[in-house]
Design a protein around this ligand. Structure first.
Ligand code: SER
Length: 311
């Protein structure tokens, strides 16, 4: 049986680029994009698109039967900053959409699941530098709690029901084609837009806040590589640490200044500073490197060059 893919949350920051890539790899007829809204964009207009509420089990089940879906990428979620403003809905969306998909795999209606986790699973008591795969995890955000709980359920469904679920703890993701929606790491995208448009940026995190980050091309490649790897290589069924770059707002600003010398940055930390302070500064992803051969390509300099060129 050939691979037939459903992407839930296909119009989001990751979903958009993931859908483009999967369509180019598997063919337009084998990739069904879905989202809660029908926007007027390439995801909707240049392939198969369906409106789906990630909280509606019957809707998802119907689509899976209609298109004979084998693999589901569940990208719908509320991110860290937005989740703090609406904890009950964030918990509902982030947890129940996952249960729907896990239960569809348990019932053998689909074969494989990709579900994103995050650096937000870590908390203030976690070792901050080169954070190991296995360590103290006491997340203090609603988003982090939902991702950590989700990881536990993924592992449980794999061990108890044999569900083939695969997951990555994404760092902050930086992309030019779609803007991020409500995360703490969003400044690292916004800064490029403002640098080009206004020549200045007011950052909502402080100068020395180091966070793990990654260019979207690397994140998409990691997602597809973990999904294409033979099942026996995926030894961790909670979620893999994944690492690209780590930088502070001051460091990204200095890199931008090399291209736009007149660029200036100022700092006005808001509620997101506390979220950032609870997360690691850098991540040890040696298990992903060992198990399924992960290797990042982009560093701060090559990413900045690409971002400024594309924008
Ligand atoms: N980029 C995400 C956020 O800031 C972390 O997973 O919420």
């Amino acid at each position: 049986m050939s691979t037939k893919i459903l992407i839930i949350g296909a119009c989001g920051q990751i979903g958009t680029e993931l859908t483009h890539k999967l369509r180019s790899l598997y063919g337009n007829d084998n990739v069904i994009a879905s989202d809660i809204r029908k926007l007027n964009n390439d995801i909707v207009n240049k392939g198969i698109f369906e409106v789906v509420n990630a909280l509606d089990y019957n809707q998802i089940e119907h689509l899976i039967e209609q298109y004979q879906i084998t693999d589901v990428y569940l990208m719908a979620a509320l991110l860290s900053a937005t989740a703090e403003k609406n904890p009950a809905f964030a918990w509902d969306l982030n947890m129940n959409s996952l249960f729907h998909v896990l239960n569809l795999a348990k019932a053998k209606k689909i074969k494989k699941i990709f579900w994103p986790s995050s650096i937000a699973v870590f908390g203030p008591t976690t070792p901050k530098d080169n954070t190991p795969q296995y360590t103290i995890m006491e997340p203090t955000t609603v988003y982090g709690i939902s991702k950590q709980t989700g990881e536990r359920w993924c592992e449980y469904y794999h061990h108890i029901y044999g569900v083939d679920v695969r997951s990555i703890r994404y760092p902050g993701l930086i992309s030019w084609s779609t803007e991020p929606g409500g995360g703490t790491t969003d400044y690292a995208v916004d800064i490029y837009h403002k640098a080009l448009k206004e020549g200045k940026y007011e950052c909502f995190l402080s100068e020395q806040t180091a966070l793990p980050m990654m260019y979207m091309d690397d994140a998409i490649r990691a997602t597809i590589e973990i999904m294409q790897a033979p099942s026996e290589l995926i030894k961790i069924r909670s979620s893999y640490n994944l690492s690209g770059i780590s930088f502070t707002p001051a460091e990204i600003a200095a890199e931008i200044k090399k291209h736009i010398p007149e660029f200036t940055i100022s700092y006005k930390p808001d509620f997101r500073q506390k979220i950032a302070d609870s997360w690691p500064a850098s991540i040890d992803d040696s298990m992903a490197r060992k198990d399924w051969n992960w290797k990042h390509k982009f560093d701060l300099a090559s990413m900045t060059k690409e971002m400024l060129e594309h924008l």
